[in-house]
Write a protein that binds this ligand. Structure first.
Ligand code: ZN
Length: 478
């Protein structure tokens, strides 16, 4: 924040703008809720394509209602919806990212009300996409509409981009950011997805872990053979696979024993160490919740350090082609499905290359089959705009947000930080038990409404900061 009288005046103006939005939300809660119910009622399942084109039209319509120009841009997959509106010229240009596609509904008989006929019960809206992610990006779109209606315009120039393929790994989002580069002009990116912190407290999220999936395959005989008639003769790919796997990880430290794996994992700065230590989280309670005795090695790491700061190497499943009933055979192929969660400067292609090179050296008979990848994203703690976003979120959500350096999971925001060089900030609005991806997905109405107020407060605070904007870029060491 700038110093002195001018700063006080700007903060006061920001508070007045937010107060007007808060009043508007309180007076119009019914019609805002109807807009949400309407949007959620439109299916948009990216895995099957159900309703996707219609949902893109709805998204564009909501943008136009908020005073944005809106375009539906084709990609090799589901279309992208993008719209923008001008604001005060010396303010930072804000891009808001969300996704209009949803997960498939899953087992219908486990839903208490139909997934695409949203229903309000006990202060929550139930329906597929309420929290993930229609309710959350709609809160931003409604904030834009209300700011324009109550103050005559937006405090900052804003672009909203809605991905139609987030739930299938956003395979064309990076492509679209390149192809439509002229629409992606911004100084920072804001997104709201996933729930608030486990404790229920609001949070500002600075990054995500990336992911690389792959299979390790070992082949034996040309077909499965009788374990008596051929036992002791036919090579067993299952034994070979578990022997190779066990040499790929240190059982005490938990470190992946792949040469170069940790080269791009950055050491903590004192500031990062403090932020991690300040996040409330109880490892013992988390394990009890899981019904598990001991955590993954190493033993001496706190919960959020595990989730946010370190890469993991996970075996997802082990199988032979004869999985099923117990038959006394020697399998002909054994497969380990694996994933690696990436952090900091690790990149999927380099890590895949490290696995390949390592296996070529120690186990050339093991085949490495790459799957999908998403890069990690990291906005440094010292990045610009963070103070404005934290104070706007605090004002709109009614509590000081926690600072989370990274989420354990993955989102395609590396496109912003890595590809476009923009700092990227997450402010989740959904409740912890939103049941995203599960039956009975829901969003607490109070969080929907406070999300609208928070979005308006954040934009107003951003507009009040000095227009220094872009001196520090994301991606580098904090
Ligand atoms: Zn999702």
């Amino acid at each position: 924040m700038p110093q002195g009288q001018e700063a006080d005046g700007q903060a006061l103006a920001a508070d007045a703008g937010s107060a007007a939005v808060r009043q508007y939300v309180a007076a119009n809660s019914e019609s805002l809720l109807r807009t949400l119910l309407d949007y959620v009622a439109q299916p948009s399942v990216s895995t099957t394509g159900e309703g996707v084109a219609e949902a893109a039209e709805r998204g564009a319509g909501l943008m136009r209602a908020a005073g944005l120009t809106a375009e539906i841009l084709p990609t090799p997959g589901s279309p992208l919806v993008i719209g923008s509106a001008p604001g005060r010229r010396d303010s930072p240009r804000v891009m808001i990212y969300g996704h209009y596609d949803v997960q498939p509904p899953g087992p219908l008989d486990e839903w208490q009300s139909p997934p695409f006929r949203p229903e309000v019960r006990d202060g929550r809206v139930y329906g597929r996409g309420t929290g993930d992610n229609k309710g959350q990006h709609l809160a931003h779109l409604l904030a834009l509409r209300i700011l324009t209606e109550t103050t005559g315009g937006l405090p900052c120039p804003v672009t909203v981009v809605l991905d139609g393929e987030e739930e299938v790994g956003s395979p064309h989002f990076g492509w679209a950011a390149d192809r439509y580069r002229d629409r992606f002009g911004a100084d920072l990116v804001l997104w709201s997805d996933g729930p608030v912190h486990d404790s229920g407290q609001a949070a500002v999220v600075l990054g995500v872990r990336g992911i690389l999936t792959f299979e390790l395959r070992v082949r034996g005989a040309r077909y499965p053979v009788h374990s008596g008639n051929w036992g002791g003769v036919a090579p067993n790919p299952a034994w070979r696979l578990v022997e190779v796997l066990s040499a790929l990880r240190d059982p005490v430290t938990g470190r992946a024993l792949v040469d170069g794996f940790y080269d791009d994992v950055l050491p903590f700065t004192p500031q990062e160490r403090k932020v991690l230590d300040d996040i409330p989280g109880d490892l013992a309670a988390a394990l009890a919740e899981l019904g598990a005795q001991a955590p993954e090695p190493p033993a001496d790491r706190a919960l959020y350090e595990r989730l946010a700061a370190w890469p993991t190497f996970t075996i997802n499943s082990l199988s032979c082609e004869d999985a099923g009933e117990h038959r006394t055979v020697i399998p002909s192929v054994a497969v380990a499905r694996c994933d690696v969660r990436l952090v900091d400067e690790q990149r999927s292609e380099r890590v895949a290359g490290l696995f390949r090179a390592h296996l070529a050296r120690v186990a050339p008979d093991v085949e490495f089959v790459p799957g999908r990848a998403m890069e990690p994203s990291r906005t440094p703690l010292g990045s610009p705009h963070l103070a404005a976003i934290r104070s706007g979120a605090a004002e709109g959500l009614g509590e000081e947000p926690l600072l989370l350096p990274a989420l354990g999971g993955s989102l395609p925001i590396h496109v912003f930080t890595g590809q476009l060089g923009l700092p990227c900030y997450g402010v989740p609005f959904a409740n912890v038990d939103e049941a995203n991806h599960a039956p009975n997905e829901n969003l607490e109405l109070d969080r929907f409404y406070s999300g609208i107020t928070a979005s308006a407060a954040i934009l107003t605070r951003l507009a009040a900061e000095p227009a220094s904007g872009t001196e520090a870029k994301a991606g580098g060491p904090a």
